[in-house]
Design a protein around this ligand. Structure first.
Ligand code: HEM
Length: 507
């Protein structure tokens, strides 16, 4: 009897939830007269992502290619209305022109229960703005130049570690190899630690690095689109083990440097300046302004969260870019030869690998841009409406709290913007072709005041890794590697399924 009653109550409760979803929550776009994609209870239009059938980038790419003629259209991410912006002028409105109405990402950020989530990528409002101002001088070309030695050392070790494999024309899984290289670089640059992932593939740094990007499609979807659920239940997003590991490492390091007076040209040093003085010493002393002298200082946890985001944002994005780049060059030997020729010429001209030599490699720059066009590591951009607005040139009134998605992967594979979009063609980035395109048609680093703060470092890290390999080795496709690739469904970063196997040999 009791069981029958419980089943009855459950059926009634589920029916109420279903009706509430269908006729109240999912009525949002219909009421506003905005075209929308028909949702399903309970995940809205995210069912394919949550159930692990499609990656988030592919899901929004498909919707964009089907409905882009609406310029902007409604979707539902779980129970929340989400406006997908398809038109390039409207994208500019959201990211830049009307930034005041869209300054936050609307993703999970809860400093109380998850201090490492209090970083630049996730922080909203004033806290974000103050921190962005403080961190911007960390990424000037002067500062990146000072870090060049760290990059060079790691890349030399990286190339050396592959020599024996090249001599025997072995097959290597390039994604894991680049992930280890990028972990070493970012550990060294962000934490001042030699993590040795190149020589010890299974050490603790690699373990925790992998743990951060562990596949958890449901939680990733909640983090991005319904963080209120986690706030409500006080659930931290970061794994406790990951948090403890990174926080302890940061604290120990700060203590060591402060007691031993160690100064090293890396992000860690700049974060210590932010803790001790409240500002980063400018490249030129006379650039210190009066505001800097009264600046508020970062607490150790706030600084640790920034080091953590440099790690998160810096390692996976750059290593996937380098991986896809070699995958394309392995299929297009004529393009690989052209890049190698430029690398040889520039190394000869500058006498060694240095910052200026890298910046002189203009063809390599186009090759990397085309790689991120075809495979944008961050396949969607997220914002949330922070102030009611009528979207200019449309009849759409966007209320505060509406989520916004910009389908970058869709734009980058749109044949009306990039003819024959699956073709890898670096010439698309010749100056005249770039000038002829809408400036918001290419968004691998986002745009506007919340554009990637690490763009320069991301480019240089990816380039130095590629140069160190391409100056010595030749890469060809291994029969195990599929063409075209398919993508892992769970990660937010666009990741190739099953890794990428290439044959490596001496040039
Ligand atoms: C190829 C490498 C990289 C790619 C493709 C990339 C891409 C992106 C994208 C798409 C965004 C969001 C921008 C927006 O919403 O408009 C972003 C933000 C960010 N990135 Fe990167 N990134 C890369 C490397 C790096 C590196 C090396 C660092 C740090 C060392 C970094 C730190 C950040 C931070 C802190 C933000 C948040 C900025 C803010 O909200 O103010 N990124 N990145």
């Amino acid at each position: 009897m009791l069981v029958a009653e419980l089943i009855g109550i459950l059926i009634v409760a589920l029916s109420v939830v279903y009706i509430y979803y269908k006729y109240v929550l999912f009525n949002f776009w219909r009421k506003k007269g905005v075209f929308y994609v028909e949702p399903l209870v309970p995940a809205g239009n995210l069912t394919a992502f949550v159930t692990g059938k499609l990656s988030v980038g592919e899901l929004f790419r498909d919707a964009y290619l089907k409905y882009k003629h609406h310029r902007a259209f409604g979707m539902y991410t779980f129970f929340k209305p989400n406006l997908v912006i398809a038109d390039l002028d409207l994208i500019r409105t959201v990211l830049t022109k009307d930034f005041g109405s869209f300054h936050d990402r609307g993703m999970y950020c809860n400093e109380k229960i998850d201090p490492l989530s209090g970083h630049l990528f996730l922080l909203p409002g004033k806290k974000w703005r103050n921190l962005r101002v403080k961190l911007t001088p960390t990424f000037t070309s002067g500062k990146i130049k000072q870090m060049f030695m760290i990059l060079k050392e790691c890349s030399e070790e990286f190339a050396k570690s592959l020599e024996s494999k090249a001599q025997t024309k072995d097959c290597i899984e390039i994604k894991d190899i680049f992930a280890r290289y990028s972990t070493d670089i970012i550990m060294s640059a962000a934490f001042g630690i030699k993590s040795d992932c190149i020589s010890q593939p299974d050490n603790e740094f690699r373990y925790w690095g992998k743990k951060v990007f562990e596949e958890k499609p449901f939680w990733n979807a909640i983090l991005m689109f319904a963080p209120q659920v986690m706030d409500f239940f006080s659930i931290p997003f970061n794994d406790r083990g990951v948090s403890n590991f990174f926080t302890k490492m940061f604290r120990d390091n700060v203590e060591y440097r402060q007691t031993h007076n160690v100064i090293r040209h890396d992000f860690m040093n700049l974060l210590i300046q932010l803790m001790e003085k409240g500002y980063v010493e400018p490249d030129d002393e006379k650039d210190i302004n009066n505001e800097s002298s009264t600046a508020t200082k970062l607490t150790i946890l706030e600084a640790a969260a920034q080091a953590y985001v440099f790690f998160l944002a810096g390692f996976e994005t750059s290593s996937t870019t380098a991986t896809y780049c070699l995958y394309e060059l392995a299929q297009n030997q004529d393009l690989q030869n052209k890049v190698c020729k430029e690398i040889d010429e520039m190394l000869k001209k500058h006498g060694e690998l240095n910052y200026n030599a890298v910046n002189d490699m203009t063809y390599l720059h186009k090759v990397i841009n085309e790689t991120m066009r075809k495979y944008p590591p961050v396949p969607v951009l997220n914002r949330v409406c922070t102030k009611n607005i009528k979207l200019p040139t449309t009849n759409i009134h966007v209320p505060e709290g509406t989520l916004i998605t910009i389908p970058v992967f869709g734009l980058h594979r749109d044949p009306s913007i990039y003819p024959d979009p699956d073709k890898f063609d670096p010439e698309r980035f010749n100056a005249d072709k770039v000038a002829a395109r809408h400036p918001y048609a290419y968004l691998p680093f986002g745009e506007g005041p919340r554009v990637c703060i690490g763009t320069r470092f991301g480019y240089i890290q990816t380039k130095v890794g590629l140069i160190s390999l391409l100056s010595k080795f030749k890469f060809t496709l291994h029969p195990q590697t599929p063409v075209p690739l398919s993508f892992e469904e769970a990660p937010i970063v666009l990741t190739a399924k099953g890794g990428i196997n290439l044959t490596i040999e001496l040039r």
